[in-house]
Design a protein around this ligand. Structure first.
Ligand SMILES: [Cu+2]
Length: 220
C-alpha cells in the first residue's frame, strides 16, 4: 500500500512542520514580548535560568541547588519566562495586589506559574557589600516610572518563611528612567548582615505594568 504510506509520511512531515513553525513563532513572540528582571543580584527565577537553563533536567540540581530544582519541577515556564513576572493595572497599590507570603511570585501572577518562587529554603544567594548597586535589565525598553527596593529586616529567615510585607523595609526609591537596557539603583542595606532577600518593584512606563523580583543575597 505505497500511497497510504506516503500520505502518512507526508502527514507526519506536515505535522512536524506545523509544530516547528509554531515553536519558532512562539520563540519570536517571546523575544518581541520580552520584558525584564533584576539581573544583579539575580532574581530567583533569573538565577535558576542562568545556572540551569541548558541543563534543567540534571538530577544533581536537587542536591546542588534544591530551590531551583523545586522551581523547575513546579513549572519550567517560571524560568523560560524569567522576564515575565509582572501584574497589570495595579495602579500603584502593590500591597493591596500582593498578599503576604506571595511577594516573590507577584501575588501568584499568571496563576501558579511563579508560585514556587515564594517557597522558603536554601535559595542560592550572592554575596554583596551592604552598599551595592542593583541592576534591572529591561529587554523591552519600557522605561521606568520608578523603582522601589526593599530589604528584609534583620532576623527574618528566608530559608524558613515566605516573604510578607511586614518582613521588609523600603530602602531605596527612584524617579523616572528613560527607556534603556538597564536601570540601576544604589542600595544601602544599613547594618544588615548575613542572608537577606532584596525585593525590587519596577513600575514600567509604557503602561501600568508592575514587576516584582526577589533576589537572595548574603551581606558581609
Ligand atoms: Cu513588558
Amino acid at each position: 500500500m505505497p500511497i497510504p504510506a506516503r500520505k502518512n509520511v507526508f502527514a507526519r512531515s506536515l505535522a512536524l512542520l506545523v509544530a516547528v513553525t509554531g515553536l519558532m513563532a512562539g520563540l519570536l513572540t517571546g523575544v518581541a514580548d520580552a520584558h525584564g528582571s533584576t539581573t544583579d543580584p539575580p532574581s530567583r527565577n533569573y538565577g535558576c535560568w542562568q545556572r540551569w537553563g541548558s541543563d534543567f533536567q540534571n538530577p544533581s540540581m536537587a542536591q546542588q541547588d534544591p530551590m531551583c530544582w523545586q522551581a523547575w519541577q513546579a513549572d519550567t515556564n517560571a524560568m523560560w519566562n524569567w522576564n515575565g513576572l509582572y501584574r497589570e493595572g495595579v495602579a500603584g497599590n502593590h500591597q493591596g495586589a500582593i498578599p503576604d507570603g506571595q511577594l516573590c511570585s507577584g501575588g501568584r501572577t499568571g496563576g501558579m506559574r511563579y508560585a514556587a518562587l515564594d517557597n522558603p529554603g536554601q535559595w542560592k544567594a550572592v554575596t554583596k557589600p551592604r552598599q551595592f548597586t542593583l541592576t534591572i535589565t529591561d529587554q523591552a525598553r519600557h522605561g521606568a516610572d520608578y523603582l522601589r527596593v526593599y530589604v528584609t529586616k534583620q532576623g527574618f529567615d528566608p530559608t524558613r518563611q515566605a516573604l510578607g510585607w511586614n518582613n521588609v523595609d523600603l530602602v531605596a526609591t527612584t524617579g523616572r528612567y528613560a527607556p534603556a537596557g538597564t536601570y540601576q539603583v544604589a542600595v544601602n542595606a544599613g547594618s544588615r548582615t548575613g542572608r537577606h532577600v532584596v525585593y525590587a518593584i519596577w513600575q514600567a512606563s509604557h503602561s501600568d505594568q508592575s514587576y516584582y523580583f526577589c533576589s537572595d543575597v548574603i551581606f558581609q
